[in-house]
Write a protein that binds this ligand. Structure first.
Ligand code: NAI
Length: 259
C-alpha cells in the first residue's frame, strides 16, 4: 500500500512506443493517429488512400511527431504482412495496434446481398482478426508485451435499427477481444475494445444530416452526437502504462445512447 506522496497522476506519455492505426485516412482513425503522436508515440498511419496518408503525415510532423504512411487493405493478408514489415523497418517493433478500419454496407436484413454481407465481415471481422494476429505474433516474438485496441461499437451489445449485419460484425469483435485478452494475457499483451456510440464522421454524416438522423438524435438522453475527441481519454488509458491491469474489457463510450 503506497502513501499519498507516491501517487503519480496519469500523464499518458507514449514516448519511445510504436503504434499502428488501421483506417487512418479519415474519422476516428485519423484522430487516434494524431492523439497517439501527440502523446509521443511514433505512428504507422495506414490505409488505402495514400494521398490522405501523406497529408496526415505532414500534419503529425508539423506537431513535432513522427509518422510513417503505409499502404494497407485489411481484407488482403498479403497487404497486412507487407504493412507490418514496413512499419517495423521504418519505426521499430510494434507496441500498440489500434484496429480501427471498418465499414457498413447500408442494407436492411431482408435485402442484404451475399456480397454486401461478405464485404462487411471481410473488413470488420476477418481484417481485424488478421491484423490482431500479425500484431500479436510480432509482440510475442519480441517478448515485450503490447496493446491491442479494437474499435467495436455499441452495436456489439445493442440492436441498432437497420444495422443488423454491422452489429453482428461488432459482436464478433467483442468476443475476439475477450478471447484474445485471455489467450495472450501471459504474453503481456493487453487486448481491449472501445464500443463507441454515434460520433459524427464520414461513415454516418449524411444520415445524421437527414430528417431521419435528426429524429434519431432526439431519442438519446442527451440529444447530441459524440465528437471525435470524446474517445481520446479511453484511447490513452488503454495505450499507456496506466492500462496495465485492463485486458479483455469492452468500454462503452456513448453518452448514454444505448441505455
Ligand atoms: P470512417 O469511414 O471515417 O473511417 C473508417 C476507415 O476505415 C476509413 O478510413 C476507411 O477507408 C477505412 N477502411 C475501410 N475498409 C478498409 C480496408 N479494407 N482496409 C483499410 N482501411 C479500410 O468511419 P469512422 O466513423 O471513423 O469509423 C472508424 C471505426 O469506428 C469503424 O470500425 C467503425 O465501425 C467504428 N465506429 C464508428 C462509430 C461512429 O459513430 N462514427 C461508432 C462506433 C464504432
Amino acid at each position: 500500500m503506497g502513501d499519498a506522496t507516491e501517487i503519480n497522476l496519469p500523464d499518458y506519455n507514449l514516448t519511445g512506443k510504436v503504434a499502428l492505426v488501421t483506417g487512418a485516412t479519415s474519422g476516428l482513425g485519423r484522430r487516434f493517429s494524431l492523439v497517439l503522436a501527440k502523446a509521443g508515440a511514433k505512428v504507422a498511419i495506414t490505409g488505402r488512400r495514400l494521398e490522405r496518408l501523406d497529408e496526415l503525415k505532414r500534419e503529425i510532423e508539423s506537431l513535432g511527431g513522427t509518422a510513417a504512411a503505409i499502404a494497407l487493405d485489411v481484407t488482403d493478408t498479403g497487404s497486412i504482412a507487407a504493412c507490418m514489415s514496413e512499419t517495423e523497418k521504418s519505426l521499430g517493433p510494434l507496441d500498440i495496434l489500434v484496429n480501427n478500419a471498418g465499414m457498413n454496407v447500408q442494407a436492411l436484413p431482408a435485402e442484404v446481398t451475399p456480397e454486401g454481407f461478405d464485404t462487411m465481415f471481410d473488413t470488420n471481422v476477418r481484417g481485424a482478426f488478421f491484423m490482431a494476429q500479425a500484431a500479436g505474433r510480432s509482440m510475442m516474438a519480441r517478448g515485450a508485451g503490447g496493446r491491442i485496441i479494437n474499435i467495436a461499437s455499441i452495436g456489439a451489445h445493442t440492436v441498432l435499427p437497420g444495422l443488423t449485419i454491422y452489429c453482428m460484425t461488432k459482436a464478433a469483435i467483442a468476443m475476439m477481444t475477450k478471447s484474445l485478452g485471455k489467450e495472450w494475457a501471459r504474453k503481456g499483451i493487453n487486448v481491449n475494445a472501445m464500443c463507441p456510440g454515434f460520433i459524427e464522421t464520414e461513415l454516418n454524416s449524411d444520415w445524421f444530416q437527414s430528417e431521419g438522423g435528426q429524429k434519431q438524435i432526439k431519442t438519446w438522453p442527451r440529444r447530441r452526437l459524440g465528437l471525435e475527441e470524446d474517445l481520446d481519454g479511453t484511447l490513452l488509458l488503454l495505450a499507456s502504462d496506466h492500462g496495465r491491469f485492463i485486458t479483455g474489457s469492452l468500454f462503452t463510450i456513448d453518452d448514454g445512447q444505448s441505455l
